[in-house]
Design a protein around this ligand. Structure first.
Ligand code: ZN
Length: 192
């Protein structure tokens, strides 16, 4: 049981109390429920792949290395930099954006030299190679997000590409993950 709680604790946004509740919930279910869940988790893992173009995790039926967005000829012009997969999926759902993406993998912490393992080098290489018309920074409207934006602007500046940021129809601290389609469309229109 303790081991299972430890696993749940690693989930994003899950604290010790929730982790415990999950573990007890699992223990209380029928064996068939748990078996189906375990098999589904394994299946999802085996069928998903990280796109070599944007680092999005996608459902890969074939053996393509690029996701459907990166390989679509009708998408392009701009590259939007988002923190995580769920942000990308939420923007896609809004239908307000027709360019490509780059999944950064997080934001930089405010203190120290720790870059939190985010894909800054990969971003630089991609922009250098693809030279998009515009880069849209769409990190969270938090101090960490703003800090990360400034850092990215500094490293990409020498490449001479136009860089914009989402307009903040999103309230301070708001995350793309929880924004509705209208808010995302407004933020995109108000980019500067
Ligand atoms: Zn991709």
């Amino acid at each position: 049981m303790d081991k299972l709680i430890e696993y749940f604790l690693k989930f994003p946004g899950i604290g010790p109390r929730q982790a415990k509740r999950f573990a007890y919930f699992i223990a209380a279910q029928d064996e068939s429920y748990v078996k189906n869940l375990a098999e589904l988790i394994l299946k999802v893992k085996r069928n998903s792949r990280t796109c070599v173009g944007c680092f999005r995790i996608f459902d890969a039926a074939g053996d393509g290395r690029l996701c459907d967005i990166c390989s679509s000829p009708s998408r392009g012009g701009s590259i939007m930099v988002v923190e995580k997969n769920v942000d990308l999926e939420n923007i896609e759902k809004s239908g307000a954006y027709r360019g490509k993406y780059f999944v950064l993998g997080g934001v930089m912490p405010l203190t120290g030299n720790n870059k939190n393992g985010i894909r800054l080098k990969e971003l630089f290489e991609k922009i250098k190679k693809e030279k998009p018309e515009e880069i849209i920074l769409a990190t969270s409207a938090t101090t960490e997000g703003e800090n990360t934006n400034r850092y990215i602007e500094n490293i990409l500046n020498p490449l001479g590409v136009k860089i914009t940021k989402l307009g903040r129809g999103l309230s301070v601290g708001a995350e793309l993950e929880y924004s509705d389609g209208r808010t995302i469309a407004n933020a995109l229109e108000g980019r500067h």
